[in-house]
Design a binder for this molecule. Structure first.
Ligand code: AMP
Ligand code: ZN
Ligand code: FE
Ligand code: FE
Length: 287
C-alpha cells in the first residue's frame, strides 16, 4: 500500500485537544505511515512524539507552525496580513530562530490575557476560566483556549462559533500576537537548518488569500514547499497554486489535515503527503 504522511498536526501542547499519548495512537489508527507534529511556536513535544511514534510504528518528522505577519501599503494607509509558516527539522535549541520563537511563545499568555480583559467587559469570562481549559504541559496559549472557556461558560456552542462571533482576526476583542516577518522567517528557518513550507496559503480566514506575487518573494527567500492540499484551499485555489508552481520544479507540494482534535472538524489524514516528498524534505534538512 502507498505510504501516506500527515504533515500538519496539533497536540494539546498548543491548541489541539489531545495529549500526545492519545494523538499518536490515533494517527496510527488512521492508517498513516508517518506524521509531523506542528504545534504553534514550540518544539517541546518532539522528544515524546518521537518516542511514541516509534512505539506505534510511525515515521516521525519534527515540525512547528509559526504565525507570521507583514504590512503593506494601500491607498490611504497600511494593511497587515498574517500567514502561517510550517518548519520541519530545524534546530530548535541553539538557532537564532529558536531564540526568536521562544520570545514570541512566551508573549502568548500576555496577549491572551489582554483578549480576555476585553471580552470580560461584555461577557462573564475570566482568565482563570481560560487557564482551566489549558492542558497540562501546554506551551502555547492561544485564542482556541479562550474559545473553550467561552464554550464552558455557555456563551457559544463550539470553537467555530467563538471564532465566528468573537475571536476572529479584526474583532473588537482581537489583540494581535507578536509575529515574525514571513520573509525573515523563511530565512531564519533555513539558517536553522530547517525546511520552510507555507501553510494553507489561500486561506481567507485571516484576510484575503496570499498573492502569488508575495509567494514568489517567499520562494526567492528560500521557501521549500507549499501546502497545496489543505481544506482551506478550494479546488480552484489548488489548481491556481499548481499552475503557478509549474514554473518552480524545486518547490515541494504537501498536503495535510491541520488536525486539532475536537477543536476543529479537520480529520487526521484528510489530506496527505507522499513518502517521496517527505524524503525530499528530509534531504534538505541541515540541522
Ligand atoms: P492564535 O494563534 O491564538 O491567534 O490562534 C489561532 C489558532 O486558532 C489557529 O491554530 C487556528 O487553527 C485556530 N482557529 C482559527 N479559526 C478557527 C475556527 N474557526 N475554529 C477553530 N479554531 C480556529
Ligand atoms: Zn492551531
Ligand atoms: Fe495555521
Ligand atoms: Fe495549524
Amino acid at each position: 500500500m502507498e505510504q501516506r504522511y500527515d504533515l500538519h498536526v496539533h497536540s494539546a501542547i498548543s491548541d489541539g485537544t489531545q495529549p500526545l499519548s492519545e494523538l499518536v495512537p490515533a494517527i496510527a489508527a488512521a492508517g498513516l505511515h508517518g506524521f509531523a507534529l506542528t504545534d504553534h511556536d514550540t518544539a517541546s513535544g518532539w522528544v515524546e512524539a518521537a518516542a511514541l511514534a516509534k512505539e506505534h510504528g510511525l515515521d516521525f518528522l519534527p515540525g512547528a507552525e509559526f504565525s507570521c505577519r507583514y504590512t503593506y501599503s494601500v491607498e490611504g494607509g497600511t494593511k497587515s496580513k498574517t500567514i502561517h509558516l510550517l518548519a520541519y527539522g530545524y534546530n530548535a535549541e541553539t538557532s537564532e530562530l529558536a531564540r526568536r520563537v521562544e520570545d514570541i511563545r512566551a508573549s502568548r499568555a500576555n496577549r491572551a490575557q489582554k483578549i480576555v480583559e476585553l471580552l470580560a467587559a461584555d461577557y462573564p469570562v475570566t482568565w482563570e476560566n481560560v487557564l482551566e481549559q489549558v492542558a497540562e504541559g501546554n506551551a502555547a496559549v492561544g485564542r482556541p483556549h479562550i474559545a473553550d472557556a467561552l464554550v464552558a461558560a455557555g456563551i457559544v456552542a463550539d470553537r467555530s462559533e467563538a471564532f465566528a462571533r468573537l475571536l476572529y482576526t479584526g474583532s473588537p476583542y482581537y489583540v494581535p500576537q507578536q509575529a515574525l516577518d514571513p520573509i525573515e522567517a523563511v530565512r531564519l528557518v533555513r539558517d536553522a537548518g530547517g525546511v520552510p513550507v507555507i501553510a494553507h496559503p489561500m486561506s481567507r480566514s485571516r484576510g484575503p488569500a496570499l498573492t502569488l506575487d508575495y509567494m514568489e518573494q517567499l520562494i526567492e527567500a528560500g521557501l521549500g514547499g507549499v501546502e497545496v492540499y489543505h481544506r482551506e484551499n478550494s479546488p480552484e485555489d489548488r489548481a491556481a497554486l499548481l499552475d503557478f508552481l509549474d514554473a518552480y520544479s524545486e518547490i515541494l507540494v504537501t498536503g495535510s489535515s491541520d488536525y486539532h482534535g475536537a477543536g476543529k472538524p479537520n480529520q487526521l489524514g484528510e489530506n496527505t503527503t507522499s513518502a517521496e516528498t517527505v524524503a525530499a524534505i528530509r534531504a534538505q534538512i541541515r540541522a
